[in-house]
Design a protein around this ligand. Structure first.
Ligand code: URC
Length: 313
């Protein structure tokens, strides 16, 4: 056959694992994950080109390893997606000589602890319609097949954090030509579903083990929300683009653990309805009745990093 494999990776996707930690006093915690494992290495090529399965670690076996590690690892290595992904990725490259790289992607299903009379329930949860947190760790052998030196690349993020504010956003003085029909909007509703991801500085397992992933996740989220809602500098809200940049700038200042931040912010348009045919003023400063439209949306993206690379862990 004359075709060459340019790249290949295989594994198990959507491995659903729910891990519970039961404390002696009755307090219980859970995480609910969907795990995807992808293994790669040159020696898998013959399974694609020659029907040779001898080195193929069955995707079923990979699924079993996810459950085995979920059971046997200390709770702190499982209860954040970043740490669990790093453990699985490291296990795969160390266990199998012919695996040169393992990519592990974990998506979480968030459960909120139920509250009754202001008290947190010890073991009952409810599924909130909130954002989805995820993490991905790739472990790669530097000198395969030796697992003596393995480098790690960790990214994490969340998507579908839906937010809206009814004022304190504008979009004016944009490019005007024969296609520009949108009027200047000195004050408008702005709404988005925040999709955010960030790259960790740490490239060794030992350094990753030191990172407080939960704090970074919570901090990136709260910095994003705070910029959107509470930053009163007018230029921050001159467009979704400026808001995006200020969100990322805040996160990079707050967390030396991360190298860069990517946002995709759909601009979910909420336009005032023209009610002038009925003698009613509802445009510009008179607007109180709007038509939210899902399609099309604006889509503003950017990856922001520090100007100098001096700041490392
Ligand atoms: O914040 C915005 N940025 C744009 O680029 C844009 N374009 C548009 O039609 N509305 C908006 N809003």
């Amino acid at each position: 056959m004359s075709s060459a494999i340019k790249s290949q990776a295989y594994g198990k996707a959507r491995v659903r694992v729910l891990r519970v930690v039961r404390h002696p006093d009755g307090w219980q915690e859970l995480v609910d994950y969907s795990v995807r494992v992808l293994l790669s290495g040159d020696q898998f090529e013959s399974s694609y080109t020659a029907g040779d399965n001898r080195l193929v670690v069955a995707t079923d076996s990979q699924k079993n390893i996810v459950y085995y590690l979920a059971k046997t690892l200390d709770a702190d290595k499982v209860m954040t997606p970043e740490r669990f992904a790093a453990e699985i990725a490291e296990f795969m490259v160390k266990k199998y000589d012919h695996v040169t790289s393992a990519q592990v992607h974990i998506t979480t299903r968030p459960w909120e602890r139920q509250q009754y009379g202001g008290r947190h329930h010890p073991h009952a949860f409810t599924r909130e319609g909130k954002e989805t947190r995820w993490a991905e760790v790739v472990a790669t052998k530097l000198n395969p097949p030796s697992a003596a030196a393995v480098t790690f690349a960790a990214t994490a993020g969340f998507y579908d954090l839906e937010i809206l504010k009814t004022t304190n956003s504008s979009f004016v003085d944009f490019y005007r030509d024969e296609f520009a029909t949108l009027p200047d909007m000195a004050d408008r509703i702005v709404s988005t579903n925040v999709d955010c991801k960030w790259r960790y500085v740490a490239t060794s397992k030992a350094a990753l083990d030191q990172v407080n992933f939960g704090a970074v996740y919570a901090g990136v989220k709260s910095n994003s929300l705070d910029t959107f809602s509470n930053d009163t500098r007018a230029f921050v809200h001159a467009s979704v683009q400026t808001t995006l940049y200020m969100m990322a700038d805040r996160c990079l200042k707050a967390f030396s653990e991360i190298d860069d931040v990517y946002y995709a912010l759909p601009n979910n348009h909420v336009f005032p309805v023209d009610l002038s045919p009925f003698g009613l003023k509802n445009l510009q400063e008179h607007a109180t009745v709007y038509n939210p439209i899902r399609d099309p949306s604006g889509y503003i993206t950017g990856t922001i990093s520090r100007k100098s690379t001096a700041s490392k862990l």
